[in-house]
Design a protein around this ligand. Sequence first.
Ligand code: PEP
Length: 254
Amino acid sequence: MRKKIVAGNWKMNCTLPEGKKLASEVINMVQDEVNNEVDVVLIPPFIHLTGIQNLIGSTKNIFLGAQNCHQNQSGAFTGEVSAAMLVSCGASHVILGHSERREYFGETDELLAEKVSFVLDNQLTPIFCCGEKLEVREAGDHEELVGTQVDKALFGLSEEQIKKVVIAYEPVWAIGTGKTASAEQAQEMHAFIRQQIAKKYSQQTADSISILYGGSVKPENAKEIFSQPDVDGGLIGGASLKSRDFTNIVKAFD
Ligand code: PEP
């Protein structure tokens, strides 16, 4: 059985008091209302990690994640944060390769390969993001592009390592735009990614890896998307900033 995961990427939003209020509401609602076995990951800005971890404590099925991480253990990298620092603040997950990191901070698949391997060595679970821009989809090259991203960033890992990775397929044209991929488009790409993993490693390994969908997931469309056989949950941006919406997305698995 693959893990079902709903992760909320707050991006660069929320002051600390706002973040604590949001996290407290989500923690209470998830505890009171969610009947399913879903791992919920709260992913605030770095500076709020400890404050949010204090609220999560040992709450069952709620985890803490970070939005990025440097590929070195420590040193003269002003403004960066290491995997060991994230772990010491209570984080268990880290997003790598979000399209905003690729677009605005020049992150390449080669760099991401280093980061993925490095965070795994530090016992963090990478949530590796991949996805095509609109022009690539319109040209019909989306599978080739996503296949290359996954190949370059992940396929240098051993079979034991890749089993610990979570993949998030996030078509760039659907992020923060209100346009969602159809459930069929999501399923098609998730099945393709799983097939690539099966070819490279084994069907058993491919079947064990959670693949999340991200891109304008809302309470209204979550059920349909999550009901697809190869969709194991969601990476949620905008809707993760509203406790009611985010909780209702988690409840879409009920
Ligand atoms: C994201 O940034 O990962 C994302 C999916 O954002 P949104 O849900 O706002 O489209």
